[in-house]
Design a protein around this ligand. Structure first.
Ligand SMILES: *[C@@H]1O[C@H](CO)[C@@H](O)[C@H](O)[C@H]1NC(C)=O
Ligand SMILES: *[C@@H]1O[C@H](CO)[C@@H](O)[C@H](O)[C@H]1NC(C)=O
Length: 758
């Protein structure tokens, strides 16, 4: 049978857009106001690869696969295109946005029709990629490799070329064995493989012994799993419990290609490699939590210095950074505002060489992207360094640009006893900033005379330029020191602050006696960490009523991140991370917020929502319903791990490490030994064991590395998820790259068991 991808009739592209893209167009590639160069773009015959080169120059050309493209934005939707808006109208302009942290491609067509052909055409191809099943994805992946290796584009490959391609694919195999398989696949005995034959060759190569063994354990005749046998596998192997019978039938319907009514090895492997067979419980992936509890009962996906794309001293401030964060489901973004020279407030990292953007452009971008990834409320955390005049302009921009999205009155006209819920605030943008007086004053106008006293009493006298004050010494009976100079706040801006009024923190005792649910404080990472250690239970209780925001140390000028787990352990909601910096900390954040539909809100465990809770992360065994678990992970095998070192002839020596993040007692790491020279189908068969004292707070990170005895191991891929989302049994873990994008078909295969500790 012909493989799917050649069959362009299956591509839901109208002939017209496809024709234009195949014929090719001259588009301007734009990097800046002055850098605009013509390039010839066309879609290659595979219907998936876009090729482009400078029109006149020699051989050099570039290609990218549509699988790398995340979205197409129409019009002036990037800073670069905005900067040339006067020269080129919006209907000629579009932006290709790539997955991960790869830069955008800004393009200008000669006519609106041509622009539309590319915009619609690429969108349709992206849609096609997104709706591919695992098998189609694998075929696409093999196909992409074939294209890459077939230098003279004759659609054929001899044994030598195939061997070279296998090296590129991280496969190192015995030459005799490879030649044997090659000969088997070369049915026409032409000495070379065509694409379909190559796909067949690849399939023989990737047969999985370890999957076959599991299949054998449950199959009576070794050929197929009868319905009851599959049910037994789901019950015993996959711990699916009561739903096993129904699931068995569903799996045969979805994954078995034949009409036999039983499951073949092919269908079985297809199921195991699917999302359904993956380690992540499908029902936890979707929005499933109660969204009607007070905001303080949720962990909220939050970013720090959102406007920065790079480091904090010289980096670029960019609207793009807001788009990226909001599209990842981030629900609290930061806006650092300063007086602009021509009366327009600007956003940048004050007193540094970071570039500047206009406040009003930031707000327009937020409006555009706030609710694309999630309907639940977005908090704008204002770090306000502006004078009163420009603060008033900020208030005007906020009201005018955001309109109905901006929350401007309290719900029900009542002074709240607890914060409203994400559900009640759906589609709303909230302002977090300093405020004159309390909510009581907004509601009862007769109280306005007492505003200044109220402000003193609440200690809300942060100087406008010190939102991130240095960590100060803290004692529970710290008295509020009367301040001489009053912060200068614009009434208009202050009035827009409702449920997130910034106040100074004066100890847990003070907060317990006088704190209001709508008052929130910011803590530096070191202060939060100290409080978590010294007064864990107080912190957990405080966080049941009020929001707290944690920010990275000012010393992290490289935009590195702190470990957010320490803060989640005491129930801090807004644990702000530098989203632009990939690595462990962002893996944890992505891991936590991957559940609940990626909506940016995750309900805290119940023992962190009760105001009288006695929970302390330092003493998890003192919890009334303390029930430790044993997590046992048999790391069986790996599949098609990517090559990290592009050097010719180098093959990875992979190992798997499982890392546990949670309360201090649960923190642990265990790793397998490394397998020499096999990134293609390494088998480990090693079991790693862990004890979890607070499984509700635990995140599990699977990391694959290339062992290097002389220096640090190289990172290959990872996947992080909450322990509560793990399905027991034989599961695949689909790996992500350093910046969090999928790298199919790389995976690891594990056998997980979870039991009570007795
Ligand atoms: C892995 O374990 C399985 C079953 O426990 C066994 O059959 C297989 O031979 C082992 N493979 C290796 C490479 O150790
Ligand atoms: C998978 O785990 C279960 C439960 O621990 C165990 O009984 C089974 O033997 C394991 N499978 C293999 C192939 O070792």
């Amino acid at each position: 049978s012909r493989i799917l991808l050649q069959d362009t009739s299956a591509v839901p592209t109208s002939p017209w857009t496809h024709f234009v893209m195949m014929a090719g167009s001259t588009l301007r590639k734009v990097k800046s106001r002055s850098w605009k160069k013509q390039r010839h773009f066309r879609l290659l015959e595979d219907g998936m690869t876009i090729w482009y080169k400078s029109r006149w120059a020699g051989k050099g050309h570039s290609t990218f696969s549509v699988t790398e493209v995340e979205a197409v934005r129409e019009g002036h939707q990037s800073e670069v295109l905005l900067s040339i808006a006067e020269e080129f109208p919006a209907d000629l302009c579009f932006t290709l946005v790539f997955h991960g942290r790869q830069g955008n491609l800004d393009l200008v067509a000669d006519s609106p029709e041509e622009a539309q052909a590319w915009i619609q055409g690429v969108r349709k191809l992206i849609h096609k990629v997104q709706t591919m099943d695992e098998k189609e994805r694998l075929d696409q992946w093999v196909w992409d490799w074939f294209q890459k290796a077939d230098k003279n584009k004759d659609g054929k490959m001899n044994f030598k070329e195939v061997r070279k391609l296998l090296k590129m694919m991280n496969v190192d195999m015995n030459e005799d064995h490879a030649l044997h398989l090659f000969t088997m696949a070369d049915k026409s005995e032409s000495g070379s493989l065509e694409i379909e034959q190559f796909v067949h060759f690849y399939k023989i190569l990737t047969q999985r012994d370890e999957v076959w063994k599991v299949f054998q354990d449950y199959s009576g005749d070794g050929e197929k799993l009868m319905l009851e046998e599959l049910e037994n596998f789901l019950m015993m192997g996959q711990q699916e419990g009561e739903r096993s019978a129904q699931l068995a039938q569903e799996l045969i319907d979805s994954y078995e290609p034949s009409e036999s009514g039983a499951m073949s090895l092919d269908g079985f492997q297809k199921y195991l490699c699917s999302q359904e067979g993956s380690i992540f419980k499908p029902e936890q992936r979707d929005l499933h939590q109660d969204m009607s509890q007070p905001l303080s009962h949720y962990f909220i996906s939050s970013s720090h210095n959102t406007y920065l794309l790079e480091d904090q001293l010289r980096g670029q401030s960019s609207l793009e950074a807001y788009i990226q964060a909001l599209k990842r489901g981030c629900r609290c973004v930061e806006v650092d505002c300063w007086d602009g020279s021509d009366g327009e407030p600007i956003v940048y990292h004050g007193h540094t060489l970071t570039s500047k953007i206009l406040f009003k452009d930031v707000i327009s971008t937020v409006k555009e992207y706030a609710f694309k990834a999630s309907d639940f409320p977005v908090i704008l955390s204002l770090e306000n360094h502006c004078g009163v005049e420009q603060q008033t302009i900020m208030a005007e921009h906020l009201s005018q640009i955001l309109g109905d999205m901006l929350l401007t009155t309290v719900l029900d006209g009542q002074v709240p006893q607890q914060l409203p819920s994400p559900q009640e605030l759906k589609g709303k943008i909230l302002l977090k900033a300093k405020k004159i007086g309390g909510l009581e004053d907004c509601i009862d106008e007769t109280l306005t005379d007492e505003v200044s006293d109220e402000e003193e009493a609440n200690g809300d006298a942060e100087s406008p330029s010190a939102e991130d004050p240095p960590a100060e010494s803290l004692t529970e009976n710290d008295k509020v020191k009367p301040r001489k100079s009053k912060s200068k706040l614009s009434k208009e801006l202050s009035d827009l602050v409702l449920y997130c009024k910034s106040v100074h923190f004066h100890g847990f005792e003070q907060a317990r006696l006088h704190g209001k649910c709508y008052e929130m404080s910011s803590f530096s990472e070191s202060k939060a960490k100290r409080l978590a250690k010294e007064a864990g239970t107080d912190f957990v209780q405080y966080n049941t009523r009020q929001l707290s925001r944690i920010y990275p140390s000012g010393l992290r000028t490289d935009s590195s991140n702190y470990n957010p787990q320490d803060m989640w352990n005491v129930g801090c909601q807004i644990v702000a991370l530098n989203f632009q910096t990939a690595g462990l900390e962002m893996d944890l954040s992505d891991g936590l917020f991957r559940q609940n539909g990626g909506c940016g809100y995750v309900l805290k465990p119940d023992f962190m929502r009760d105001g009288n809770t006695q929970f302390s992360p330092e003493k998890p065994e003192e919890r009334p319903d303390y029930k430790p678990l044993r997590l046992s992970i048999q790391v069986i095998s790996g599949q098609q791990l990517p090559k990290v070192n592009q050097k010719e002839g180098s093959i990875v020596d992979p190992l798997v490490r499982v890392e546990i993040y949670g309360v201090p007692q649960d923190q642990a790491k265990e790793e397998t030994s490394h397998i020499n020279n096999n990134g293609f189908n390494p088998v480990w068969n090693e079991t790693l064991n862990f004890i979890l004292h607070t499984p509700e707070l635990t995140l599990v990170r699977f990391v694959v590395e290339d062992y290097d005895k002389a220096s640090r191991n190289d990172f290959i891929g990872q996947f992080t998820l909450p322990f509560t989302c793990i399905q027991a049994g034989y599961r695949h873990i689909h790996l992500l790259s350093k910046d969090g994008t999928p790298i199919p078909p790389s995976s690891i295969f594990v056998n997980i068991s979870i039991s009570e500790l007795t």
